[in-house]
Design a protein around this ligand. Structure first.
Ligand code: C2G
Length: 148
């Protein structure tokens, strides 16, 4: 059984995440997602997620490609994760290209960087939603609904 691992925050789950998870699963038989905890996100990534860890975990566990979700509490747990779970392949989006090559030096696993889905990101979704909110937050009291 080929075992694959990937890491991320996966906040406001979108099709870019799904594209990554689908391709990661295609590289093996069992996919472990190491999901950034709320504390790790805030302390180490300065990310305040929209959904809590539990909600993000619930969403990921509903995805057919995902076999196991475990917490990511530190940048430094990857080597021990790969060894503990007997991982064959670690997969990340190519925004991380080169950053985890040390995994190949310190474990038997290969590291694969896959092209990101270019036009979508959680931060872009938030920006678009804010822009729409501003655009549609007109003062409705000025609208004449009398039909005259
Ligand atoms: N991703 C992607 N395409 C997008 C957005 C994200 O392929 N449009 C990929 C990222 O490259 C990453 C995964 O989806 O491999 C999860 O993305 P994030 O939730 O943004 O994770 P990140 O903040 O990069 O955390 O220790 C590693 C970190 O936990 C990775």
């Amino acid at each position: 059984m080929k075992r694959v691992i990937t890491y991320g925050t996966f906040d406001m789950l979108h099709y870019g995440h799904i594209n990554l998870l689908r391709r990661a699963k295609q590289m093996g038989d069992y996919l472990i997602v190491v999901l950034s905890s709320d504390e790790f996100n805030w302390e180490s990534k300065q990310k305040k997620t929209y959904f809590s860890y539990e909600k993000r975990k619930q969403l990921l566990e509903a995805i057919r490609y995902v076999d196991l979700v475990i917490p990511e509490n530190s940048w430094d747990q990857k080597v021990s994760d790969v060894k503990e779970y007997h991982i064959d392949t670690m997969v990340m989006g190519d925004d991380w290209a080169g950053k985890f090559d040390f995994i190949e030096d310190e474990t038997k696993a290969e590291v694969v960087y896959l092209p990101r889905t270019p036009e979508i990101s959680t931060s872009q979704i938030k920006k678009d939603l804010n822009a729409k909110k501003l655009a549609t937050s007109v003062d409705t009291s000025t609208i004449d609904v009398s039909g005259k």
